[in-house]
Design a protein around this ligand. Structure first.
Ligand code: NAP
Length: 514
């Protein structure tokens, strides 16, 4: 038994004696013989995964003798022509610029499925794709695009780590189905992307560099630079210029720690601002069927990333704040304050207002961070997939607004009455917290405006399809309320005053746009 367990599934060539083919018990007679053209990194990883999944694999090389040692002994390494004739389905693991060197295999590959695994060099939106060019080269074969989004490494370690999805497309549904089957048996999840015309999109997929993160990250960095410079001018440069006091030691921690919460709060407000813009636009237009401007569309789809950037800044602020008392500068300041008080002969240094402000400020800050953590966790696909739409919108919208209110309150408590002290306006610049509060306060007030019953009702109607400029004709059995062209809402409003019986009997005939 221990001997059985220690026997590797795939044996390296030369291990344990002579080369052997795949054990008959593993490969079903109905399974296709799978060929792979090319003996590079991708080919080697693919061979291992296919052999481990029980397939019979033949690998085609220009120099089989040189490459044979790199493959497991269960796979046969032979000439390209031999593979083209033996295999039922062939993976083309060769760079696309060398596809043309395979044309001599055309007769042998006629009627067979070719899987193009190649990637492009750069993102392009103009075809033809590598797969379409391969299909032109081999018009008698069925080309399937796929597996290019998996790295050789992912293939080697298997689907338990890394991406499990394999995007596939082809003009032949039969060929696509057979590749899907192989895909599933290897433990991956095939994703049908339709016809071969989608291959350009699939080839571009591995080349994108965080496409949905670019704007949120740029926004975070820009806000960080802006607030850092603002705080530097306010807290470091101003005392130096006006009194000659050197506060440059504040730059690495103090200034950064005031900058992070500013960025976090503005980014959190930016999560909810596009939703408000969309709501007010719909109210303004009186319909939900107008398309939002492209910038708003993009912004709406990036809210999760904005929220996660905000969470990161808030978490860093919390860590920085915890580290504040550890600094030498903080200890020196504390001792010198105590000595000053001692020299002044003051015994009681307890200021009730300051104590309360700090207690509330810290408590509300912790709650805001807790809620933000909850939002961040709920945005993970593995978590959001387990909750329904109502739960998701409760967490992201209701709790999200609670987090925004808490964070705003945290900043208000920090500011306390300092916004009204002239000494806080350095170089005529307001303190950072007043500047930071503008956007979140606007968002919170905008949200409150949407709670006003008549506004909320109109928005709800719009979101259920009501349109201000659209006339809908209703036939009402008993009265003339809906005869002729009538605005659906007006008609509904008028009829609402009547009995529920007559309202229920409203029958829309045909919607007419005027
Ligand atoms: P590679 O290591 O350079 O292997 C390419 C193989 O192509 C060579 O080993 C060579 O094998 C064969 N070949 C056939 N005709 C050729 C010719 N005329 N000139 C040069 N080589 C020729 O490349 P790879 O990393 O395995 O990538 C192969 C394909 O997989 C590419 O299209 C790539 O875009 C795609 N891919 C790779 C990865 C990855 O992680 N590596 C991931 C996704 C997709 P013989 O000398 O034995 O004939």
């Amino acid at each position: 038994m221990p001997d059985e367990m220690s026997r590797p599934l795939i044996r390296e060539r030369g291990e344990g004696g002579s080369s052997r083919r795949l054990e008959a018990s593993m490969s079903e007679p109905s399974d296709p013989v799978i060929g792979i053209l090319g003996t590079g990194d991708f080919s080697r990883s693919l061979t291992r995964r296919l052999v481990a999944s029980g397939y019979q694999v033949v690998v085609g090389s220009r120099t089989p003798k040189r490459s044979v040692a790199l493959f497991p002994e269960e796979a046969e390494v032979t000439s390209q022509m031999e593979v083209a004739s033996q295999a039922d389905l062939v993976f083309v693991a060769v760079f696309p610029e060398h596809h043309s060197t395979l044309v001599s295999l055309k007769p042998a590959l006629a009627g067979k499925t070719l899987v193009d695994v190649s990637n492009g060099l750069s993102i392009t939106h103009d075809g033809p794709s590598n797969a379409e060019q391969l299909a032109n080269l081999f018009p008698e074969s069925c080309v399937v695009k796929g597996f290019n989004t998996l790295s050789a490494w992912t293939l080697q370690i298997g689907p338990r780590d890394g991406s499990r999805q394999v995007f596939l497309c082809s003009d032949s549904s039969k060929a696509k189905k057979s590749v899907m089957q192989i895909c599933r048996r290897m433990g991956f999840i095939p994703v049908d992307m339709g016809l071969l015309s989608s291959s350009l999109e699939i080839e571009n997929l591995p080349l994108y560099l965080f496409p949905s993160w670019r704007i949120p990250v740029l926004c975070t960095l820009s806000l960080f630079i802006f607030f850092y410079l603002y705080n530097f001018v306010h807290d470091v440069l101003h005392p130096y210029v006006t009194t000659g006091k050197s506060n440059f030691y504040k730059m690495p921690i103090d200034t950064v720690n005031v900058t992070f919460p500013s960025v976090a709060l503005v980014m959190l407000a930016l999560v909810y601002l596009p939703g408000l813009c969309a709501a007010f636009l719909q109210l303004w237009w009186g319909t939900k069927y107008n398309r939002f401007p492209a910038w708003l569309d993009r912004w709406l789809t990036r809210r999760k990333q904005f929220g996660l950037c905000s969470f990161l800044c808030a978490a860093l602020h919390a860590i920085y704040s915890l580290c504040l008392p550890m600094r030498k500068s903080a200890r020196y300041k504390l001792i010198s304050e105590a000595l000053k008080k001692f020299k002044e002969g003051s015994e009681d240094v307890w200021i009730d207002e300051d104590v309360w402000r700090m207690e509330l400020y810290v408590s509300v800050g912790i709650m805001a961070l807790g809620l933000l953590s909850l939002l961040a966790v709920a945005s993970l696909p593995s978590v959001s997939n387990t909750i329904n739409w109502r739960e998701f919108s409760f967490v992201q919208s209701t709790l999200g607004y609670c987090a925004l209110c808490m964070a705003t309150l945290h900043t208000l408590l920090f500011g306390w009455n300092r916004a009204f002290q002239a000494s806080r306006y350095h170089f005529y610049l307001p303190p950072t917290f007043t500047l930071v509060l503008i956007l979140p306060m606007t968002v919170v007030l905008g949200r409150l405006a949407l709670f006003v019953p008549c506004v909320a009702l109109r928005l709800r109607q719009i979101r259920r399809g009501w349109e201000r400029n659209r006339n809908i004709r209703f036939t009402l059995p008993e009265d003339d309320c809906g005869n002729g062209l009538e605005d659906v809402s007006n008609c509904f409003d008028q009829c609402q005053k009547r009995s529920s019986k007559s309202r229920d009997s409203l029958v829309p005939v045909c919607p007419l746009t005027v």
